[in-house]
Design a binder for this molecule. Structure first.
Ligand code: ZN
Length: 141
């Protein structure tokens, strides 16, 4: 059975991402600076290069792909919860190249912003805390 909490809408923050910054690092910093520990994130824009992960379910390990070229952010969606007592961003991203070919996966450190717009929705509610899950090997709620 699914684990769940009930939360209420608190506020929305919208803004522009910084040229040359690490995308995941900047989103995490925004959440930490604004004390957002429960919420959702979305973003669009473009990156100079990307690093995305894929979780190997059998070996319970992430593998990473680096795409060293400009890409459009077709969609970034993520959640904010607590890990080790601090706001933690978990985001997935879909990207496209000049030919419209798409890349996608788990957003990893190493994705460099060209330009971007984010929408951060903060909720009020009980904490969702990540901890080690034996079955999947992941840090889950
Ligand atoms: Zn993920």
């Amino acid at each position: 059975m699914a684990k769940k909490i009930e939360a209420q809408f608190k506020r929305v923050l919208m803004g522009r991402l910084t040229y040359g910054r690490d995308l995941l690092e900047e989103l995490t910093e925004i959440c930490q600076a604004q004390d957002v520990h429960l919420g959702r994130l979305e973003a669009i824009g473009a990156v100079q290069s990307a690093r995305i992960g894929f979780y190997d379910q059998r070996n319970q390990k992430y593998s990473f792909v680096t795409v060293e070229q400009p890409l459009e952010i077709i969609s970034l969606i993520g959640s904010i919860s607590l890990k080790d007592g601090k706001p933690f961003v978990h985001a997935h991203i879909a990207l496209a190249d000049a030919a419209g070919k798409t890349y996608g996966g788990h957003l990893a450190p190493g994705t460099v912003v060209f330009a971007g717009e984010f929408v951060l929705v903060q909720f009020d509610g009980p904490a969702l805390v990540r901890s080690q899950d034996e079955q999947t090997g992941l840090q889950l709620w």
